[in-house]
Design a protein around this ligand. Structure first.
Ligand code: NAD
Length: 246
């Protein structure tokens, strides 16, 4: 028998944006399932499963555990992602494949697995964490940009295929957020804090909570029930301005 509580699955929940998304969804009353390649404590009333989003067997095992424990899934947040800062001409095919595997094939596998359950139930909301790098070119991120453009394409396609069957699929496109991903990217030397702040009309980095609140909004059918297939920038106006490369 399915639990009466709404259930949300969040990938990449051990740190950064994903960790804050878990807190925001818990505050809204969801039982939250966290899935990460790192060990994470289970949230109160939820579940923690370790695995790799790009491994089909890990994703299938996750879905089985969610089915056994809760018997339902209302929300899926595809947040796990990796990034490399490297000029396109120096990108190794193995790096390219790994970024595409984690950032695009992983969300596809999770959408397929949990989308089937949502379609069977006739309702559900999927939120894919893309990036402003999925909406425009940003130098030295060929694989990352391609993966995030692809994720927005997947989002739109699933929104069209599944919208009539009660399942909404949207993307959130964060601007720059001070997480370990940003620290690692900055260590590569291709940009500084000032470069970001100078080009963001709101003149600051995004916080993990800026992103988490947008996710919680898109997850919730009472607040966003007619929003389907969008790629929502949460970037302080960066994409509206577009002068990053100048
Ligand atoms: P982060 O590196 O701090 O956290 C990423 C999390 O994903 C980690 O917990 C990591 O263990 C997990 N993860 C990575 N690969 C995995 C895999 N194969 N299987 C399971 N888990 C895996 O990153 P973040 O900054 O919190 O980024 C979260 C998402 O937001 C990513 O998709 C990223 O591309 C996107 N994003 C981040 C920024 C930014 O400025 N930080 C901007 C735009 C978009």
């Amino acid at each position: 028998m399915a639990t009466a509580q709404r259930v949300a699955v969040v990938t990449g929940a051990a740190q950064g944006i994903g960790r804050r998304v878990v807190e925001a969804l818990r505050a809204e009353g969801y039982a939250v399932v966290v899935f990460d390649r790192q060990e994470v404590d289970a949230p109160d009333g939820g579940l923690a499963v370790a695995g790799d989003v790009s491994a089909q067997a890990d994703v299938a095992a996750l879905a089985e555990q969610v089915r056994d424990r809760f018997g339902r899934v209302d929300v899926l947040v595809n947040n796990a992602g990796i990034s490399f800062i490297v000029p396109a001409e120096d990108t190794e095919p193995e790096q390219w494949r790994r970024v595409l595997d984690v950032n695009l094939t992983g969300p596809f596998l999770l959408c397929r697995e949990f989308g089937r359950a949502m379609l069977a139930a006739g309702s559900g909301s999927i939120v894919n964490i893309a990036s402003v790098a999925g909406l425009s070119g940003v130098a030295d991120r060929a694989a990352y940009n391609a993966s995030k453009h692809g994720l927005i394409g997947l989002t739109r396609t699933l929104a069209v295929e599944w919208g009539g069957r009660g399942v909404r699929v949207n993307a959130v496109c964060p601007g720059w957020v001070k997480t370990e991903m940003d620290a690692a990217d900055q260590a590569g030397g291709s940009y500084t804090d000032a470069d970001i702040i100078d080009h963001v009309p709101s003149a600051r980095f995004a916080t993990p909570d800026d992103i988490a609140q947008a996710v919680a909004f898109l997850a919730d059918p009472t607040r966003s029930g007619f929003i389907n297939g969008v790629a929502l920038p949460v970037d302080g106006g960066w994409t509206a301005d577009g002068s990053w490369q100048s």
